[in-house]
Design a protein around this ligand. Sequence first.
Ligand code: GLN
Ligand code: ZN
Length: 764
Amino acid sequence: MTERPLATVYGYPRQGAGRELKKAIEGYWAGKVSADQLRSTAAQLRRTTWRELADAGLDEVPSGDFSLYDHVLDTSVMVGAVPERHRAAVEADALDGYFAMARGTQDLAPLEMTKWFDTNYHYLVPELGPETVFTADPAKQLGELNEALSQGHTPRPVLVGPVTYLLLSKPAPGVASDFDPLSLLDQLLPVYAEVLTALRQAGAEWVQLDELAFVQDQPQPALDALAGAYQLLGGLAERPKILVTSYFDRLGAALPVLSAAPVDGLGLDFTGAAAANLDDLAAVGGLPGKRLVAGVVDGRNIWINDFERSLATLSALAGLAGRVDVAASCSLLHVPHDVELESDLDPEVKRWLAFARQKTAEVVTLARGLAGGPDAVAGLVEDNQAALRSRAESALTRDPAVRSRTEAVTDADARRPRPYGERAAAQRARLKLPLLPTTTIGSFPQTRELRVARADLRAGRIDQAAYDERIAAEIRQVLAFQEEAGLDVLVHGEPERNDMVQYFAEQLDGYVATQHGWVQSYGTRYVRPPILAGDISRPAPMTLRWTAYAQSQTSRPVKGMLTGPVTMLAWSFVRDDQPLGETARQVALALRDEVADLEAAGSAVIQVDEPALRETLPLRAAGRAAYLAWASEAFRLATSGVRDDTQIHTHMCYAEFGEILAAIDDLDADVISLEAARSHMQVARELADADYPREVGPGVYDIHSPRVPDVAEVAALLRKGLDAIPVERLWGNPDCGLKTRGWEEVRSSLRNLTAAARQVREGH
Ligand code: GLN
Ligand code: ZN
């Protein structure tokens, strides 16, 4: 084994510089690209990626991290965990069967999709049950390994670890909900053993197993399963060297388990909260004789590394393992490909940014610095420190007006002056709403015409005035429909918004947008998160014009509609040079001004959406109280500057609160709307059990499908809501916004919703 520290990464963006993969896959779905063409595009992209990584100076490249849809789905295929309902499709055609599992077909539901830890990447949840029979299908892993080998690389196959795979799974439909997928470990391990042996025989020296589930708090049985699994895999007669990796947080209780296991190396994250791994590692006596892959380059954010700090971390680690190699903290899947493509970015800001390609170069530099001492990379470290200084001293990142304003914030600023009871009376007197008032969550269908108008405006085919007229006409139509359907609190429909975060990011100073900064969200869906680069301020009102216009067209109240501070952070790249709470506070103050402007212009109801509140919850319980404290303070800071008789709504797109119930109460919103239709108002009961004191709109119309609920069904859900929430505090609304739906279903569904509300109202 060479002692020179090696440079590697765990994974790379899959789509290609020109998003070739997305085009090929969508072309295949549309019947315009053949299966062979798709496979050859994919192989070409892998070739280009490995070439790029090797040219950058990586010693070991990942293989098997590529995917036509999702790497957890690929793992399900590798272990033969194809759900019963998809089996015929998979047997008829492996590729079409794969996409059937991913996206469903006319008759077959897809696998459920959920967030990959606390990122915005979504994976397909494996469905397992006592009847599951695992069989090894290593074809994809072997194929990609062979490709990389034949192209002259040193590939390290990357697999989801077996224990994490089970912990990410759920009971298949029809299986008892208390079925524990971990009970299948003994059946799964022989399959992993077979795959490992096959990879070894095909020429893999090392294999990487991601045991990511252990950066979350796990009960003892899961830790025991981890110990047992690696005892077994480590003891295989013919196997590659095993690197067990973790990232996104510290390994915690799993670190002593894995450091004692008969595996050959560990990958640990040393960025952000995971930096605690350094002390934890020292506490277990390091990894004598083993390989440590040190993730010192943040793989999920877009800022350049601090070389001095990373070199210090690496030298502190040097004595703690048999050898230390350098990597990005996690797969680079979570960052865009190449900052050099950003020709419109301010060069000063561009200097502060590193996307996947730049991060790979950073890893190589740090490995050289670790090998040869800081002097070996002195010039690069100097440039790096100069770029960091330029960031720290820039007027963009240090706006004195913003700073003095956040510093002056008091507790009282983040509290409504009067308690809910008094506010509710004032709001009732002002709004004069009926019992069981009805409303929607904000957006109405984003039609093709609207998207075309936006594209036309960007391309200069129509001018701003023509575009604005198009938006105004849409708003009039949305309002007319709502009046006719009999909704009580109207919305303008959000036709002017491309996206609920981007729309605001484009208007706030301190945010920076990219042209090519695409990141995979799921399958062929890519998003381009804006960058919170500097101190945030609002140069001008953002929503006032269209909200005021809408209010001028109707005598009913129109809800102002804003995106909350936590969601503005969660769906952006955040600053790493100050606490998240500080950035949230800056965004909150900008929103507070918007709320004030809306109120002054006559808005009596203002909604601040926080659909991301729960998804950014820290992975480990230890960090949660602090997160929830700044998150709810930011929401209250945005919303507490209003009069008693201005009604603040919030909205969240989920039905299970679990441990954030108290935090939701802490938001002190007058009305909260939530997803509830599919869980039969479960959330209403949970809120009632927790004595939630304010108004609630549990969704009574499931907007995730084109199905139109009938009046009786909606009425039954409303009555169910009334079993938990008193009639004075219950609202009728859909589960979420309607932007992805078609007008026809929306019309019928909302008419049924208002009819059901009238019916239930009459009984009171
Ligand atoms: N107001 C937004 C909408 O209706 C809320 C979307 C969301 O919660 N994700 O589209
Ligand atoms: Zn929602």
